[in-house]
Write a protein that binds this ligand. Structure first.
Ligand code: SAH
Length: 329
């Protein structure tokens, strides 16, 4: 452990402060968050190096300097409510949670969201709320935000995100084509006016828009065919998991419940699905971990007529009285 603390202190002085990040709160946060708990275990020894690392599914945990710089540019404090789009490993989420009052983080890949949420839970970040879904639409029920941090590159700032910026709020987002040099850009709202300022050049994975996100669902599910193996050689898929999920967007009057029941039965899950008065749909599902993850992936896309914006997931105690997958009124 002491070793990790030393490595973090070196990371901060040699990679971050040396490149000009001055905000002492940001530097303290970077010294505190155990980055090695957010990278795949085979990369643990490289957790404090000056580079991004693969976190699977074609995604990366950002370079520590980039995380620090984006956080500094966002200028958040304990009174801030922050939205993060593209939570990935959850590391940037943790850094934000050290500084801001409330953090709302969206990730489109259920597997990454799950892993990030688990790591943040172990570290007791209880000012973080996560959701699976398309972050380009923002998180309307929690808006406006004092800070919005987008960790994937877009051609232009998604309009819903600009609309969800609070007075005096700031958004940090890489702009430019995927695979090319992009420009880290800061948007700031002052009354009706939004200013824009370029920061450094950077390189991020692409921010996928609504249609790409839907197309990404099945591909993400395919990878489950080879489940991750943990340190003991046990397959993750053997564990039993029980979650409650709330699905927002256009999800009622689109056969969401009937389709969810069919999908739940196909995956061999126990549970139920019901409509809520606020227009969302709620599900409880329990069964093999892999099957529950596959169901959550399905939920973030839904039947053809649905337009899912977001899925919020909470772990719940198993309910032994459940048998089969039913529709509840
Ligand atoms: N800050 C993160 C960066 C992860 S890479 C970290 O350091 O770990 C960017 C992430 O954005 C990926 O996990 C990708 O799945 C996610 N992403 C891409 N488009 C998205 C979208 N429209 N909505 C939500 N997440 C998205």
């Amino acid at each position: 452990m002491g070793d990790h603390i030393t490595r973090r202190a070196r990371m901060v002085s040699e990679q971050i402060a040396a490149r000009g990040v001055r905000d002492t709160d940001v530097l303290d946060a970077m010294r505190s968050v155990p980055r090695h708990l957010f990278v795949p275990s085979e990369f643990e020894s490289r957790a404090y190096m000056d580079s991004p690392l693969s976190i699977g599914y074609g995604q990366t945990i950002s370079q520590p300097y980039m995380v620090a710089l984006m956080t500094e540019l966002l200028q958040v404090n304990v009174r801030s409510r922050v939205l993060e789009v593209g939570a990935g490993s959850g590391y940037q989420t943790a850094v934000l949670a050290e500084l801001a009052g409330e953090v709302y983080a969206i990730e489109r890949l259920a597997q990454l969201e799950e892993r990030a949420r688990r790591a943040l839970g172990v570290l007791h970040y209880n000012n973080v709320r996560m959701a699976i879904g398309d972050g380009t639409r923002g998180w309307l029920e929690r808006a406006p935000f004092d800070g919005i941090l987008v960790a994937a590159a877009a051609d232009k700032a998604p309009p819903p995100l600009l609309e969800q910026l609070a007075e005096g709020g700031r958004m940090v987002i890489p702009l430019g084509a995927a695979g090319r040099e992009q420009t880290l850009t800061v948007f700031a709202r002052e009354g009706a006016k939004i200013t824009r300022q370029a920061s450094v050049e950077c390189r991020f994975v692409p921010l996928l828009s609504g249609e790409d996100v839907v197309a990404g669902g099945p591909a993400a599910r395919e990878r489950r065919a080879a489940p991750d193996t943990d340190a003991n050689g046990e397959q993750e898929g053997d564990a039993v998991k029980c979650v409650r999920a709330r699905v927002y967007g256009r999800v009622q009057r689109v056969y969401y419940r009937a389709s969810a029941r069919a999908e739940g039965e196909r995956l061999g899950l126990n549970g139920w699905v019901r409509n809520c008065a606020d227009g969302s749909v709620e599900l409880q599902m329990q069964g093999r971990e892999q099957a529950v993850d596959a169901m959550l992936d399905w939920c973030s896309v839904g039947p053809p007529a649905a337009e899912v914006q977001r899925v919020e997931v909470d772990a719940v105690d198993p309910d032994d009285t459940l048998a089969g997958f039913g529709v509840r009124q």
